[in-house]
Design a protein around this ligand. Structure first.
Ligand SMILES: Cc1ncc(COP(=O)(O)O)c(C=O)c1O
Length: 498
């Protein structure tokens, strides 16, 4: 029986070809009425300059073939609707479906950005309320919803810092970035025209105050601090950190993309932070990943409010909302219109549905889940910063590396157990990092299954490291040449030469 199967073609569910490769001239999935105009070829429309004979035509396949092909492909996806998605630093949490239903309401989904203000009061109210909720949550004074992603929020915040310092007559050169910051922080500082200077963390994984005092001079515009940082650790000395920066005339930028650990519990506005961003696509339950739209609102203290991107939604004395473009100190637009409006709708639906108590519960559950994983795995995996964590915990592969098995190998073996891998080799300050963020979405049974899987892999490494090094064993394709895929990506199909 075994031999016979080996000699047969594997079923198509195991060896899916591209729909182009199924092309069978003459097959059709639809019956169209006869043409009542003369046919025109692609070559005639495009002209010789653009026409590519090798790409002419669509695959000719039957309706059933198309349905089965795409339905099969859809079952290959692993998503948050399938199971735990513990990618550290990504907050891959469940997005309640009701947010989608609200975002699809006709008046919200189809209103045009140029709708006259008197007719767009509902949409303006969504922007207004979302900004007020985010101010309340962050303890900041004003919010712009314009930035389309976390990194764009960083750039927006830094440009506002720059404008404010220049107004004070201070032309500064550097931005300090701790080594535990998210990778986008130094990149944003560079794009904003600053040179980023790295400062080392202390043994607790936090900003070293002595290092900061030394580095914080009058040439420094400010500090960009990810809090909780990428080790999942809260910067407990944040007040002193802000005081040191302010004492030299600098400003504090907080990367608030990890607010999933703080919402309803701590407000950065009370720490001394001057400007921060939030990732609605992480913390506020809007879709994350797949290249879809994100949203990285920026929240500022009063001193930076004049520099917010224009337009700003304002309330008139008669209660009507309007868009104010007349903001002479504004850094200008960073995004067309008012940001990714649909993300604001989803985030507002989420915040209003959960309310203050629900949002706090989310935070507490996210932190509890991460600490549960941390404490239940620390006897088998090295925990370089052995402290209570916030919403994510970071192990290293140090013990398993002695057997030649690295973080990426463990992650690949995790796929055989049915889980999406954790984040591999990030943050960089932990060699061989295994960064796990369960979020509040996982229940205890799922966390236990995940923990059991990682404990079992640790045991396998003890007994048979070679087996783990060849994982995954259960997938359609096993080890891919990742270096070749990164260096020479082949992103489109071309017909094989005849
Ligand atoms: C801490 C932190 N900062 C910044 C970012 C950048 O956000 P985005 O990918 O939306 O640009 C992320 C993204 O996950 C993040 O985790």
């Amino acid at each position: 029986m075994k031999n016979r199967i080996q000699h047969a073609w594997p079923h198509v569910t195991r060896s899916e070809s591209l729909v182009f490769e199924r092309n069978s001239p003459g097959k059709s999935g639809a019956e169209l009425p006869p043409l009542d105009v003369p046919p025109v070829s692609a070559q005639e429309i495009l002209g010789d300059e653009f026409y590519r004979p090798d790409l002419d035509g669509f695959p000719e396949v039957s309706e059933l073939e198309v349905i089965r092909h795409f339905t099969r492909l859809s079952t290959w996806n692993y998503g948050i609707d399938t199971g735990l998605y513990p990618l550290g630093s990504c907050t891959m949490k469940y997005n309640p479906r009701v947010n989608e239903a609200v975002a699809r309401l006709e008046g919200l989904a189809t209103d045009h950005p140029y709708t006259p203000e008197p007719l767009a009061q509902g949409c303006l109210k969504v922007l207004w309320e979302t900004a007020r909720c985010l101010e309340e949550i962050t303890g900041m004074d004003a919010v712009s919803l314009q930035p389309a992603a976390g990194a764009q929020g960083e750039l927006t915040g830094l440009l506002m810092m720059r404008a404010c310092l220049e107004d004070r007559g201070a032309r500064r050169k550097y931005v300090l970035v701790p080594d535990s910051a998210h990778g986008t922080n130094p990149a944003s500082a560079t794009i904003a025209g600053y040179e980023s200077r790295n400062i080392k963390s202390n043994a607790m994984g936090c900003v070293d105050l002595a290092e900061l005092r030394h580095a914080m001079t009058e040439e420094v515009a400010g500090l960009m601090l990810t809090n909780p940082n990428t080790l999942g650790i809260f910067e407990a000395e944040i007040r002193q950190v802000c005081e040191i920066v302010h004492a030299k005339g600098g400003l504090v930028y907080m990367d608030g993309a990890n607010m999933n650990a703080l919402v309803g519990v701590a407000r950065p506005g009370t720490f001394g932070v001057d400007v921060m961003h939030l990732n609605l696509h992480k913390t506020f339950s809007t879709p994350h990943g797949g290249g879809g739209p994100g949203s990285g609102p920026v929240a500022v203290k009063k001193i930076l409010e004049p520099y917010l991107p224009a337009p700003v939604v304002e309330s008139s004395p008669d209660g009507a909302l309007r868009l104010n473009y007349e903001r002479p100190k504004s850094i200008g637009r960073v995004r067309a219109f008012y940001g990714n409006f649909g993300m604001a709708v989803r985030a507002l639906a989420y915040m209003l549905a959960y309310g203050p108590h629900g949002l706090r519960q989310v935070t507490e559950d996210a932190v509890l889940n991460a600490n549960y994983i941390r404490t239940r795995l620390k006897d088998v995996f090295d925990l370089p910063y052995d402290l209570p964590c916030m919403h994510e915990c970071v192990f290293s592969d140090r013990r398993q590396a002695a057997k030649g098995v690295r973080t990426g190998d463990i992650a690949k073996r995790l796929i055989d157990y049915g889980f999406h891998p954790y984040t591999v080799s990030f943050p960089l300050i932990v060699p061989g990092a295994m960064m796990i963020e369960p979020t509040e979405s996982a229940g205890k049974a799922e966390l236990d299954a995940f923990i059991d899987a990682l404990r079992s892999i640790a045991q396998e490494i003890e007994e048979d490291p070679q087996f783990v090094l060849k994982a995954p064993h259960s997938t359609r394709v096993s080890r891919l040449d990742e270096a070749a895929a990164a260096r020479k990506p082949v992103l489109r199909w071309r017909p094989p030469p005849h």
